[in-house]
Design a protein around this ligand. Structure first.
Ligand code: ATP
Ligand code: MG
Length: 350
């Protein structure tokens, strides 16, 4: 969807802000840019919608160099949400949201329908808010209108530069949840800037950690934790292994002797987990009865949630499923051993 190749940006005063940046964002991806203040996140986002020009390098959008687009066409097809939304103060909510559709010359009924739909989407009752002025909205509501405005003309790409940083923790969490649901529904490509690691972990399909104008590591959130590229990543991320680890990281995999494919295996102590030859989970075998409906973990169950499932079900063994496939088993003991293994060395995995 977007590809930055060897992009550098040096300001006229000689400040070298980006140093040969390579970033690739896939179609439909929620891509998070994170890094310390001044590392070049905002600069990167502004390069993408051509608010600033690179000194060197190439930026492709859908395979086309961004300069080959008409600048208006480019901007209209990119939704942009800034840290502090600047709504037009003399326009009401509906007019603010309709700015790009108006420029695209959509007809009135279509615009009106779209405005109401977007207000619903960001959790604001259209009847109550459509005609309000920005000064009659709370900060969180203004931010929501800003998100609606960025989505208004159905852009292919949404750039969000610390959109929630001015909000209180509760509004922030709600908006995070909303934007995540929204992105899952509409599958837009989103580039999201933050300097909050929890926000990055919660939202990102992939997270790109930057430092001093360079990319340090790009990966799925879990891998930044499990396999940090260097000490900078480790420090930046802090110790968040335990809450973010999933059942998969610790389980015994599909070769575990607890996993069987026959209904009447040799007697073994404790439960066994039965699957068919295609790997589909059939149930838990214990005391010669098969229970197909017992508790299971899924591959993305967080370890701390897994611990709760163990406790609530008073069991020492749980199957781990990806979809309907049995991919491993997890025991209470695995978790304890894992924590013992990693607690002292700071090493993760094995
Ligand atoms: N017009 C300019 N001229 C010179 N230097 C600039 C200019 N604009 C930005 N910079 C510098 O570029 C660097 C990167 O700025 P940028 O705004 O991209 O950082 P950021 O990662 O978004 O930081 P923050 O988290 O604080 O928003 C900073 O050191 C900043 O001072
Ligand atoms: Mg910034």
């Amino acid at each position: 969807m977007i590809r930055l190749s060897a992009v550098s940006k040096t300001y006229p005063d000689g400040t070298e802000v980006l140093k040969s940046l390579d970033i690739e964002v896939n179609e439909g991806e929620f891509f998070v840019l994170i890094g310390p203040s001044g590392c070049g996140k905002t600069t990167t986002v502004k390069l993408i919608n051509r608010l600033i020009e690179p000194t060197e390098g190439e930026i492709l959008l859908k395979g086309r160099e961004i300069h080959t687009y008409n600048i208006h066409e480019l901007r209209w097809n990119i939704g942009y949400v800034l840290q502090r939304i600047a709504l037009f103060p003399h326009m009401n909510v509906a007019e603010n949201i309709a700015v790009v559709p108006e420029m695209k010359k959509w007809d009135k009924p279509r615009i009106r329908k779209r405005v109401d739909e977007l207000l619903e989407m960001v959790g604001m009752d259209p009847a109550a808010f459509r005609d309000r002025m920005p000064s009659e909205l709370s900060g969180g509501q203004q931010q929501r209108v800003g998100v609606a405005r960025a989505l208004a003309a159905d852009p292919d790409l949404i750039l969000m530069d610390e959109p929630f940083s001015a909000l209180d923790p509760i509004s922030r969490e709600r908006l995070q949840q909303d934007i995540q649901n929204l992105q899952r529904e509409i599958r837009k490509t989103v580039v999201f800037v933050t300097h909050d690691m929890d926000e990055a972990m919660a939202l990102g399909d992939r997270v790109c950690l930057m430092k001093e104008g360079r990319v340090v590591q790009v990966d799925i959130p879990q891998n930044l934790i499990l396999h940090p590229a260097d000490d900078f990543v480790r420090t930046f991320i802090g110790d968040r292994r335990s809450p973010w680890l999933t059942a998969v990281d610790v389980m015994a995999d599909a070769d575990s002797p607890r996993i069987v494919e026959e209904r009447d295996p040799k007697k073994r102590k404790g439960p066994l987990f039965l699957r068919d030859e295609r790997g589909t989970f059939l149930g838990r075998l214990e005391n010669e009865t098969l229970d197909p409906d017992g508790p299971v973990l899924s591959n993305d169950t967080k370890l701390r949630d897994a611990v709760r499932v163990f406790r609530e079900n008073r069991t020492d063994w749980l199957p781990v499923l990806r979809g309907d496939k049995l991919i491993g088993v997890l025991s209470h003991r695995h978790i304890v051993e894992y924590l013992e293994r990693t607690a002292h060395t700071g090493e993760v995995k094995g």
